[in-house]
Design a protein around this ligand. Sequence first.
Ligand SMILES: Cc1cc2nc3c(=O)[nH]c(=O)nc-3n(C[C@H](O)[C@H](O)[C@H](O)COP(=O)(O)OP(=O)(O)OC[C@H]3O[C@@H](n4cnc5c(N)ncnc54)[C@H](O)[C@@H]3O)c2cc1C
Length: 465
Amino acid sequence: MTDVYRSLAGIVGEDYVSAEAEEIYFYARDAGLMPAGKPDYIVVPKSTAEVQNIVILANKQKIPIVPLGGSMALSGLTIPHRGGIVIDMKRMRSILTVNENARHVVVEGGISQGALYSYLNKNYPHLQHNIPEAPPATTVAASVVIHGQGRLTQQYGYTSDLVSGMEVVLPTGEICKIGSCSMSPGWFSKGATLPDLSSLFFGWAGTTGIITKLGIKLFPRKKMRVVETFVRDRAKLVPDILFNLTHTEVLEDILGGSQSGIHFDPPMLKGYHYITMYYSGDTDDEMEFKRKMIWDSLVEFRKSKDGGFMWIPPTIKPGLLETPQKWVTRTLADEKKGGGFTYTGPIVLIEKYPVFARKIEEVGAKYDVAYAGLMRVVGRNHAMMYGSGFPFNRADPDLMERVRTALHEMNEFSLDQGGIPWKADVEEQKMAMERMDPNTLKLMKTIKHVLDPNGIMNPGNWEVP
Ligand SMILES: Cc1cc2nc3c(=O)[nH]c(=O)nc-3n(C[C@H](O)[C@H](O)[C@H](O)COP(=O)(O)OP(=O)(O)OC[C@H]3O[C@@H](n4cnc5c(N)ncnc54)[C@H](O)[C@@H]3O)c2cc1C
């Protein structure tokens, strides 16, 4: 037993530290395509004080630290590229307070999306958070860290936009409050009118600190929620359709895409570009008012036969209304069996939908891989996440290599189209930094050095050359 192991056991207790081969194997990889990287230790802390003591120990001894939620970002963000200590946050899963009137909740930094959803569903069914379609075991804090998107992103923005306060353990071990909670008992704003420090922790892939507590804004959840699907066979008019739809300001969420080589629900959407939209209301009148606005907004496309609303069979509808939509994991991510799925999801202008849809079709055919082009509208047509998803079987190295090449080609294409990589893996981060304004890079380097002088936090990620 090493001194480090003994110290870690002293902090979290014998049962919550491991250097066993099985656990090392498990925490060395994720479901994506990045090569494995062996951690030396895994710890599962229960409190902010424990996280702080682990960080102080690691900083003193210059040992890398990797914060981990559900490890489902799929782009190697929790793979310990330089070994060290993986801090699995899952035991920090308490819901601390709900302010029903101010519509926010304060949670610990390891709570899963599923746990928060279930809690709200049971105790505050009229409130909701920005839940993604990701597996329920993924964490709310990680969704904040990587600018995740969920069912409220079209209305309110990325999950990171919806933070209302944070407690963070800095790489040097200080515990720091961010937002209104830094000077008030209220966790109602991540910045309010103060200098806003929250962005120091968003988009940095856990390289600037560990979120141990988190305030998250909640939004009204109405009694009825409906899904409608508009389809067309050509990608060209999709941006105009989305423009009209977002102009109504009555939709909660807009998803869309096209896919091939994948068992498709509903099957009749195969070969089409589909736009799936959600709206909700408390009364039949409200629902009818919204439905009419949405249908009217697309009247020109309906009349010209440039698309139409599609009847969704009752066998399919519940799946599209599920939270999260399990078919995404079941049908898409697990299509090839054998536990492999990856997707790159740049944030890009919606006017680029047709070229992305064409490109993924071309790449799918070129490398003979199944693909899904998945789009989620961000804001009122301000941008979209265009995901190029590729399922693969880990027992098929040839398929894995073809998927890797296809993904790389989509990443390069996206950068050429002005896309900003989302939850970028190390390779994409390097590609992005090659294109970044040098003064932006210099600022990033300065910030990172000030916060993490010993470079211990999730090293390999966002390392400015
Ligand atoms: C089928 C499927 C569907 C998906 N759909 C969506 C979707 O609709 N929307 C979406 O946004 N994503 C989606 N994803 C991607 C991904 O699962 C989510 O983005 C999810 O939020 C990742 O959470 P995680 O807990 O697994 O993160 P992890 O992979 O564990 O961590 C991600 C990053 O956050 C850091 N981190 C984790 N916890 C902390 C902390 N407490 N403090 C500081 N840093 C931390 C890690 O170091 C890492 O850099 C999907 C994935 C799959 C497989």
